[in-house]
Design a protein around this ligand. Sequence first.
Ligand code: ATP
Length: 326
Amino acid sequence: MKICTLLEKYPYINDILDSYNIKIENPNVELDEFLKNLNEDELQEHGVTIEEIKQTIFSLIDEIEEIRDEEDIYAVESLTILGGYDKHGNKENLELTIYKGEIISVVGPTGSGKSRLLADIEWLAQKDTITKRTILINGKEPPLELRYATDKKLVAQLSQNMNFVVDLTVKEFLFLHAESRMVENTEKVVMEIFNTANELAGEQFDIDAPITSLSGGQSRALMIADTALLSKSPIVLIDEIENAGINRKKALELLVKQDKIVIMSTHDPILALLANRRLVIKNGKVNKIIETTLEEKSVLPYLEELDNKLLTVRNKLRDGEIINKI
Ligand SMILES: Nc1ncnc2c1ncn2[C@@H]1O[C@H](COP(=O)(O)OP(=O)(O)OP(=O)(O)O)[C@@H](O)[C@H]1O
């Protein structure tokens, strides 16, 4: 490949050459040719050989390609669920495509199969779960390595009973995660997640608090802020966060703002109506898909008012007050 093409594709090569004071006189020559014509004596002053420079350039290219491949994996535009069979073996007539930035709610009676649907998505099922559903990413079967890789997770899960077990402070935990993601400006990202988590949480917490000391609501607020602002996973599954002690509406807005696909199983009417569409599960299959109309959405303020009233009573109970009128 010619030097000019290489530099265009991998501008970091410039930094390598600069560090050895190598100037490019003719960018139209092939890399091998260019390297062959370097002055060995001058390079010796920098304690490096032509072969070593070649190796450094090739390993840089490999590294960049690996990062680019990974970025491609996370570039999810859509997720498609192809139907399988219900609990009685009847066919599930379903071909549903969900696009990034969409919120889908999953509703249905207890035991109907809501968690199973989320598990199928998490597992990127390929007719190999009890429901025989198939999950496609960008309209295609996802690569096998994605299903088994522990470090490349397309799907992040948030659930009601999630707790931290590591002995770190909030700050240490966020720094560790941000550094492992190799983000630029780690401190800024960490503070953004921390502040966002505090906006979502019912009660505030300190950045130096041990994460094991956080309440359920605070832990979930931290996980949601972390998932939205740091995790690469483009698909987020939420299993019943109704009593999670967090601002649910803000949490959903935050995830959608990051262009994630959000799928949540819920019994909470407010959450269900915040979604663009809701899947009604019956006997282990998606029985209906309902678009949330403007008319349905217009009920939201009323439900939110009711919800706030209930919250007031709950707080009064907690504070040992007597409940009379609301
Ligand atoms: N299509 C299916 N075929 C066979 N079994 C199924 C199917 N769908 C769900 N099940 C099974 O039915 C049981 C109940 O399903 P699941 O736990 O998903 O229900 P749920 O709606 O999440 O209930 P809850 O609201 O109580 O959490 C599980 O054992 C699950 O594996």
